[in-house]
Design a binder for this molecule. Sequence first.
Ligand SMILES: Cc1cc2nc3c(=O)[nH]c(=O)nc-3n(C[C@H](O)[C@H](O)[C@H](O)COP(=O)(O)OP(=O)(O)OC[C@H]3O[C@@H](n4cnc5c(N)ncnc54)[C@H](O)[C@@H]3O)c2cc1C
Length: 351
Amino acid sequence: MSDRCGAGGCGERLPPGMLEAFDLGSPAADGALVWLEVTGGPEPEISQSSLEVLGKAAELGAGRVFGMMFGGSALRPLYGEAFSRGADTVYHIRDGRLSAFHPEAYCEAARDLAERIRPSVILMGATPRGRELAPRLASALSAGLTADCTGLRMEGGSLVMTRPAFGGDLIADIVCEGRPQMATVRPGVFPAPPPAPGRKGTAICRGYGGSSLKDIAHSAPVPPDGGDISRAKVLVSLGRGAASREALEAAESVAARLGGMVSCSRALVDRGLLPQSRQVGQSGRSVRPDVYLAFGISGSVQHKAGMRLAKRVIAVNKDPDAPIRDDADLFIEGDALSVLRELDKALRSPL
Ligand SMILES: Cc1cc2nc3c(=O)[nH]c(=O)nc-3n(C[C@H](O)[C@H](O)[C@H](O)COP(=O)(O)OP(=O)(O)OC[C@H]3O[C@@H](n4cnc5c(N)ncnc54)[C@H](O)[C@@H]3O)c2cc1C
């Protein structure tokens, strides 16, 4: 634990006995841990779906309700909101680099927390990010996961998770024998609880102790929006295989010379390298350029959903079997950054 603070702010004494009760890694296997997803930029907010899940967790009667949030010190004003909506303890993994969603790092930090707290239940909203984080965390904890639940209740110490099955023809009640019991909750199903002003809790801040953040260029600000990718005739699009400042610089230069724009897969938005408005895909924009140049993009169904109207696709990937190959008019097997730099050099050279 790198530092601890009481609800009113860091530096205050913790309530007597708190460490014994909640922070010894004792085999308590009790309580519900809820991921408090934070939205907004300079003035962060706890997302509506997280408030809904928090309210449901408090109502379940699974023991204490723990909230976990990730980000810089700008999140401190949110502790009170979390307490007023049902959290008894908020764990804040405090690191400015976590202000942008980073599934690997969030998973690492959440696993560390879950192994210390040993909650019986872990819940998060079935938002795009929750859907990405929950399976990673379930796998890291070797736990079962029921996705997109529309009902939750406790029965004899077990969480009964209700969700539609077989295309909605059946409503299934699912019980998980192991611990923790994990579920994502469909947004909008449960009401967010009304705030209970003055309700007290305990906030515990920890530094991020994992290793997954080493490749985040956190000091570089996300560039401003600067246009609408859905109107661009040429898109130079970057994926996780080209998620670096160097690749971004080269892509900007290539796009400028071709009269186009830089777009990306969600991997770059999650890393804070580009704003969400540049994301192509199911939860991003649908684009219809004359040419879509995809560098280091695997071709997930969610990404393809946004680029299927591109007239020509040129894909660069080091994996000859990357699914994007099926959609590519031209596939170049190679390193994304090297090809980007070569292309940039070629476009700069006079004919
Ligand atoms: C509900 C939901 C909504 C989503 N919405 C979107 C969305 O709108 N848009 C979106 O993009 N994603 C979306 N996703 C995420 C999506 O599932 C994928 O995780 C994401 O598209 C993967 O991005 P990627 O292709 O950049 O990364 P990866 O799938 O990790 O692929 C990286 C690729 O780069 C290649 N590579 C690695 N290194 C190099 C190198 N040096 N040179 C060349 N190639 C290299 C690899 O071979 C691989 O093919 C959504 C997910 C969910 C659950």
